[in-house]
Design a protein around this ligand. Structure first.
Ligand code: SF4
Ligand code: SF4
Length: 446
């Protein structure tokens, strides 16, 4: 067993030793209820979790059902009276449960497939929306960077790269010495960990974290909620890093006074945040940031914000619940007289940006609002154009130029696969034909 794997075992054992078996974590778990598990089973399930932690064996049937249902919401951690990071414990337990019943080779194959699919989609979508100079800047090796602050994007936000450009604008506006690092060569290793391929995880996610440290940066700003969660729970707690770690929103909220000094007059807006709890102080930070924007009124609505820490990902297995959350939010926003939904993360942005095709609402990311409040931003959100299904001329012309600049060609098969990628995700969207037809034509011409 590697030193890293040993340390994970120790973290889980510490949790099991401290646990009083009160059962509160299971009682509040939203996904256990979603799959029909009764809160009255709490003590039994926690007992099984402790047993799994103490021995390398398959999980008991009830526990396995709980582990399978978990989407990482962190409601369990918030409820634990002993301050145990239960989500971290459950994450490690999930991996151990898979390790006990599946050969490593099978796990490695499953992880590699998921990684390959994600990498292909990210590469194409980024090449369709970003100039090669910016893409090269993002993809350059982390350990060769020299700035004091690293803005770490992760992989998947490159599907909606205007968000990355917004954050870069904001950090530029703050006159910060920063580098931007991301792309699949700097993956956080989520698929390898989830599929229990720990040896490869160490070469990907664990290595990425170490490479960030090798740059000598004093501060790493994360973007992706999954990377943030993984770095916090599977890296920072395993070995203390040489750098500070914050989500971009937390860093901006901590520098709000400086940020505000750059704000310029803004149009009147009534906005609703599509909320998720579970990733540090990100929600509170975004609320704080948006409340400071001139002429912006934040409309508070009751929301199902504790169900998952972000849209998609592990929550994607609950399609009906995600659908109800998206529709419920858009309808409540319209009823409350809001004109804008503000998304927190990129996966939520992908899920909700198509709402514009259905409801009288704008959908923007919080970084759009902050960058524009600083007189910057305004980067085209091509993904939203794809998703709303309206005229594609602007998106296709931009893609034609960027693809040429990046030396990337699309063929009809990749357009088919991208169409499924974009429109099969749970979320709100216009018709898929507009994207599929326009980009198939682009592929035929290239
Ligand atoms: S992280 Fe959320 S979904 Fe997972 S066990 Fe904890 S409460 Fe349940
Ligand atoms: S809430 Fe905390 S102490 Fe109670 S059973 Fe869960 S992990 Fe153990």
């Amino acid at each position: 067993m590697s030193a890293y794997a040993d340390r994970l075992e120790a973290l889980a054992s510490e949790a099991a030793d401290r646990c009083t078996e009160c059962g509160k974590c299971f009682e509040v778990c939203p996904t256990a209820r979603e799959v029909g598990m009764d809160a009255g089973e709490a003590k039994t399930r926690v007992g099984e979790l402790i047993a799994l932690t103490r021995q390398a064996a398959a999980a008991a049937e009830g526990l396995q059902k709980w582990l399978n249902a978990c989407d990482g919401s962190a409601q369990c951690t918030a409820a634990c009276p002993e301050d145990i990071n239960v989500r971290q414990w459950i994450t490690i337990a999930k991996m151990k449960a898979v390790e006990a019943v599946r050969p490593l080779e099978t796990s490695a194959g499953a992880a590699a497939n998921r990684f390959r699919h994600m990498a292909q989609a990210v590469r194409l979508l980024a090449s369709m929306q970003l100039p090669s100079e910016t893409l090269k800047k993002i993809l350059a090796p982390a350990e060769k960077r020299t700035a004091d602050v690293i803005f770490y994007t992760g992989c998947n936000v490159l599907r909606t790269p205007h968000i990355v450009l917004n954050v870069m604008d904001i950090l530029d506006g703050l006159q910060l010495d920063f580098d931007v690092v991301g792309g699949t060569a700097h993956c956080c290793g989520v698929y390898q960990f989830q599929e229990a391929d720990l040896p490869t995880y160490e070469k990907i996610g664990h290595r990425t974290f170490n490479r960030l440290g090798q740059s000598g940066a004093s501060q790493v700003l994360t973007w992706c909620p999954t990377c943030t969660k993984n770095f916090d729970e599977l890296e920072k707690d395993v070995a203390a890093p040489s750098f500070g770690l914050d989500h971009v929103s937390e860093f901006l909220a901590a520098n709000l006074d400086t940020l505000k000094s750059h704000f310029v007059d803004q149009p009147k807006r009534r906005v609703v945040i599509h909320e998720h709890q579970g990733i540090g102080a990100t929600l509170d930070s975004m609320r704080k940031l948006l409340r400071a924007v001139p002429n912006l009124e934040l409309v508070e609505l009751p929301q199902d914000s504790g169900f998952s820490y972000a849209c998609g990902g592990q929550a994607a297995k609950f399609k009906d619940r995600e659908r109800a959350i998206h529709r419920g939010l858009a309808e409540a926003a319209v009823a409350a007289g809001a004109d804008t939904i503000v998304t927190m993360y990129h996966s939520c942005h992908r899920a909700l940006s198509g709402a514009e095709a259905i409801y009288p609402l704008r959908v923007v990311n919080f970084t759009d609002v902050i960058a524009e409040a600083m007189g910057r931003g305004g980067h085209p959100d091509y993904y939203r154009l794809y998703k709303t299904g309206g005229p594609m001329d602007e998106a296709v012309e931009a893609a034609r130029t960027f693809l040429q600049d990046n030396g990337v060609k699309v063929d009809e098969a990749s357009v088919k696969s991208l169409t499924a990628d974009i429109f099969d995700e749970t979320g709100l969207a216009g018709p898929r034909d507009a994207f599929r037809d326009a980009f198939t034509e682009l592929a035929r011409q290239s």
